[in-house]
Design a protein around this ligand. Structure first.
Ligand SMILES: Cc1ncc(COP(=O)(O)O)c(C=O)c1O
Length: 465
């Protein structure tokens, strides 16, 4: 740490945090098994792959800021400088007008997304998804008398925290107690082959999982379905890579029934899986792509709902109708810090060939996790793409009985005590919060990965013997 905070300053920070900050996602009452006097964790500083907490303890960050975000790592002065210069020049103007970084970033982004053409700026992944949902609904009203308004989403996928996003949420524990939900969202089965729903393997399994979507479409009535919203690789639902054959069949089904394909790249977008976007591994041609976390690696808040020209055109086919455009605004979609940071972020990824590094280090890490699986019977499955990996823990390999969530969390806590931050699915899918998650920054080296693996190895040995 740079020593700017003296001990008494930091104890004041800790007390202020304890008294007033309502932390995201964690239990805020002391509950059994935890020390009620334990200090909240404050992360003070970061460099590269590492962060330091209020006690000056160094941690290797294996999850890019906790939730797959800081793709280019911490301490990138050129991003900070670009944002500073832009803020002095012009911090904000509403998105009904353009801005220099907004225009230049959209051009850069679209150059990496053949087939796509329009960028709608907003400020969180949830909101980007909401924009796509709203566009689908408006298209239904404009073209189909409101009928083709339903949006399909998949079991285990997550699309954000708002009520509409939870309505499209396939994680029952995330959703619980927040209903009633928005009508018009319909669930389709997940495609996790390890938890097979059909007695098939490989490509045949993938096709069956996609055909299950078609069955739902036929049951609901194809003329009622406007869009299908999927994560390319499911993130918080258990790091689910799609089986062979899945995506081509999904695309075919969407085309057959004139259903718009919305790909939620909030986690996979901007390099996480080794291509600019996750869908680009599978030759898919989406109508909507939403993205957030890695767009500016968390240096500024920015999210985008990107569409193809076909979707954009649907909003300007009748210029005599004053209601015939997307009547939406996102106040902070007009902030210029986001696209200024995002431009630098993409430049860093290109100049340092971080996509290449992600492929190489991702393959290396997958091999290391497989070796760990050979050693520890509690690892039932290892999966992932690029630097987006998971290890599913089981109580029994033969029956695949999921490991108890508390013991999975004990592995995470042991790593944390070793100064290594890894993640785990938690309070998402009843009975299946059993996957350890890894998403180091795209700058990760073999040494960093070895460190993540050896910490996990030690933790598994301590927790399970
Ligand atoms: C796949 C996916 N979509 C959407 C979101 C929501 O993004 P945000 O938290 O920025 O609203 C998340 C958040 O984790 C996510 O994982």
């Amino acid at each position: 740490m740079d020593g700017k905070l003296r001990d008494n300053d930091i104890s004041h920070v800790v007390e202020a945090d304890r008294a007033h900050v309502w932390h995201h996602l964690i239990q805020h009452a002391p509950w059994s098994g935890t020390d009620p006097k334990a200090d909240p964790r404050i992360i003070v500083e970061g460099r590269g792959m590492r962060v330091w907490d209020q006690k000056g303890k160094e941690h290797l960050d294996g999850v890019s800021g906790g939730v797959w975000t800081v793709n280019v790592g911490y301490g990138r002065e050129r991003i900070a400088n670009a944002v500073r210069d832009q803020l002095i020049k012009l911090p904000y103007f509403a998105g009904s007008a353009g801005s220099i970084p907004g225009a230049l970033f959209s051009e850069k982004l679209i150059s990496k997304m053949p087939g796509m053409s329009r960028v709608y700026y907003t400020n969180s992944g949830s909101e980007a998804n909401e924009k796509a949902f709203k566009m689908v609904r408006q298209i239904a009203h404009k073209r189909y008398g409101g009928k083709k308004h339903k949006i399909l989403y998949r079991d285990r996928d997550y699309h954000g925290t708002t009520i509409a996003c939870l309505s499209a949420g396939g994680q029952d524990q995330r959703n619980a107690q927040y209903g009633p939900y928005t009508p018009g969202f319909v669930r389709v089965p997940h495609c996790l082959e390890y938890r097979a729903q059909w007695d098939l393997e490989g490509e045949e399994y993938g096709i069956a999982a996609a055909n299950a979507i078609e069955e739902v479409i036929l049951a609901e009535g194809p003329d009622t379905i406007g869009a299908l919203c999927l994560e390319p690789v499911t993130a918080g639902g258990g790091v689910i890579t799609p089986p062979e054959g899945y995506w081509p069949r999904v695309q075919e089904i969407c085309r057959k029934y004139d259903i718009l394909l919305h790909i939620d790249e909030v986690v996979c977008g901007i390099g996480r899986t080794g291509t600019w976007f996750g869908y680009q591994h599978y030759g898919v041609e989406p109508d909507f792509v939403t993205m957030a976390k890695g767009v500016a690696s968390g240096y500024a808040a920015i999210a985008c709902c990107v569409t193809n020209e076909r979707v954009f055109d649907m909003f300007k086919d009748d210029t005599t109708d004053p209601m015939n455009y997307f009547r939406d605004i996102s106040t902070f979609g007009g902030c210029t810090a986001g696209p200024a940071a995002a431009l630098e972020n993409m430049a860093i990824i290109e100049e340092e060939d971080l996509l290449g590094n992600t492929v190489a280090m991702g393959d290396y890490m997958l091999d290391q996790l497989r070796a760990l699986k050979d050693k520890h019977a509690v690892i039932g499955d290892v999966r992932g793409k690029g630097l987006f990996l998971g290890a599913e823990l089981v109580a029994d390999r033969a029956t695949k009985e999921p490991m108890d969530e508390k013991r999975v969390q004990a592995v995470v806590a042991d790593c944390m005590a070793q100064g290594v931050i890894i993640g785990a699915t938690n309070r998402s899918i009843p009975g299946f919060n059993n996957t350890l998650c890894y998403s180091p920054a795209l700058i990760a080296t073999k040494d960093d990965i070895n460190h993540l693996i050896s910490a996990t190895d030690a933790a598994l040995t301590r927790v399970f013997g």
